[in-house]
Design a protein around this ligand. Sequence first.
Ligand code: ZN
Length: 251
Amino acid sequence: MTKTFVGEIGPKPLPEKTRTCWSCGSMGAEHFCESCGKVQAPAAVDYFAFFGLPLKLSLDIAALERDFYGLSRRLHPDRSARASALEQEWSLEQSALLNDAYRTLRDPIKRTEYLLKLEGVDLAEQSKSATEQARTAGEIKKQVVPADLLEEVFELNLQLEQLRGYKKMGEHDSSVTEEIRNHKIALETRYEALLDELRSYWSEWDTLIEKHRSEAAENERRQVTRKMVDLLNRRNYIRNLVRDVNAVLEA
Ligand SMILES: [Zn+2]
């Protein structure tokens, strides 16, 4: 099924500095008024826009950090101690938003998940509803094994089964334990490498963001989105698998 291009899909243009200061009426009021310096009511913008950033995934973290600390200082309650109650409330709200936005954007995975959410893909929600469906059906939630891991996971499961058996009988088999440890190291290496793969999708995404919006560009965006979703699912799978392996090794 191909969706037709609709105007609402895609990045919202950055908010122009057209907000008017509630206090002095001058234009160019974002978090603070450029003229009188008074704090403004928080605007309903996404975390990228909060920092005045385009919807791109490759971020200058040092610049983000600088902006964060700069705004943090200006929003500190001590600085609005003599302001009106409403201004103090806005400062608190802006502060909370600032912290959430910063924590989300500085983390590569959280940043990607957040962008996907803006694009209409909520991974946490998907996982929750899959768990819920399995529970209603009285089943254990099925984990889809990533295709490139099928063989390895099959072998690993056999070895884990074996080790569980040995442990139950109070026996010890150092060769199985050794093999499982090697699998674990390979999985952890793969896990780390996924970040590099993710960065390559960021570049694809960032290039698309600059393109003129068209149906073709929208399709490309959806493709990159799918690749990122697939990668994050693979990442979660490996993380859970390593957790299970550790549980058996430490049992
Ligand atoms: Zn003003």
